[in-house]
Design a protein around this ligand. Structure first.
Ligand code: PAF
Length: 300
């Protein structure tokens, strides 16, 4: 069945209020509501988020909003693909209940909004270095969506690893009673992480793109041995960067961090036996597309 589309906060709130009052069909309890925030132009990765949401809740709301406050000057806000009809058709195949697709004016009566949600130190590294203010924009729109939908759970993709960490921080610091679920990265058969921005790739760039994931996997395999020296660690990182650059990417960053993104600088960690759970994170340009990927590493 096709999801019901709401363009206005008031009508969505009204319908969700009545859902909340209804009894759960199986157990005696109130219905749980899940939110899957998106910017539309949906692919199979987004549909997986909806499937996960459905496992945890009775009612699934997908928001589709290209949020102006998270785009910097010269970024792709104007050209970001807006494909609402196709998105709704895809969402119908996975049983979405409601789509919330507000206008900019509905979300931001005043733009830029004078009230801010600051993501803090964690946002000053990685993507935050090349996209200043990006995570503050994500923070305000996600806060607004949380306040509008008041979900019990919200599902975000692990491909945007730093974003997920920042949203968990937001929920903790602003006391939202919302469980955040991180969904595994969905990949094409050749390993490329699915992303709406993959469609900016030309045919030859698309053939090159899986090298990013291969480089991360190979690096992760070599890093699992805790006995390698700091110097060997730096060399492995430099080799991975060279492999990616030689393939034609322009690297924004390739760093290794502790899993919780503890270090606030853009430098890699000191490789030692204390840091057992690591994550390799990369952002790299291939033509017009800025691709993100990451890989967890458990050190033996
Ligand atoms: O990950 C995204 O698509 C966006 O950053 C989000 C979370 C929907 C906020 O606009």
């Amino acid at each position: 069945m096709s999801p019901i589309i709401h363009h206005h906060i008031s009508s969505l709130r009204e319908v969700l209020q009545s859902c909340r009052g209804q009894q759960h069909t199986k157990e005696k309890g109130v219905q749980r509501i899940a939110l899957v925030p998106t910017m539309g132009n949906l692919h199979d990765g987004h549909l997986e988020l909806v499937k996960i949401a459905k496992q945890h809740a009775d009612v699934v709301v997908v928001s589709i909003f290209v949020n102006p406050t998270q785009f910097g000057v010269g970024e792709d806000f104007d050209s970001y693909p807006r494909t609402l009809d196709e998105d709704v058709a895809k969402l119908a195949t996975v049983g979405t209940d409601y789509v919330f697709a507000p206008s900019i004016e509905e979300m931001y009566p005043v733009l830029p909004p004078p009230t801010s949600v600051l993501a803090g130190e964690i946002a000053n590294q990685l993507c935050g270095q090349s996209r200043p203010g990006h995570f503050d924009g994500v923070g305000i729109v996600v806060s607004k969506l949380f306040n509008i939908v008041q979900p019990d759970i919200a599902v975000f993709g692990q491909k945007d690893y730093q974003q997920l960490a920042i949203i968990k921080q937001l929920v903790r610091d602003l006391s939202y009673p919302i469980e955040i679920i991180g969904a595994p990265i969905v990949r094409s058969d050749d390993g490329l992480a699915l992303s709406s921005r993959n469609q900016y790739l030309s045919t030859s760039e698309r053939n090159t793109a899986p090298i990013l994931h291969q480089a991360l996997q190979d690096l992760a395999e070599k890093l699992t041995n805790s006995r390698i020296s700091q110097q060997a660690f730096e060399t492995l990182l430099a080799d991975a960067r060279k492999r990616i650059s030689d393939a034609g990417f322009v690297i924004d960053y390739l760093e290794v961090k502790t899993e919780d993104l503890d270090a606030m600088t853009n430098d890699s960690i000191i490789f030692n036996a204390e840091n057992k759970n690591l994550v390799i994170l990369v952002a790299a340009w291939l033509g017009r597309a800025r691709l993100l990927d990451n890989q967890l590493v458990a050190i033996n």
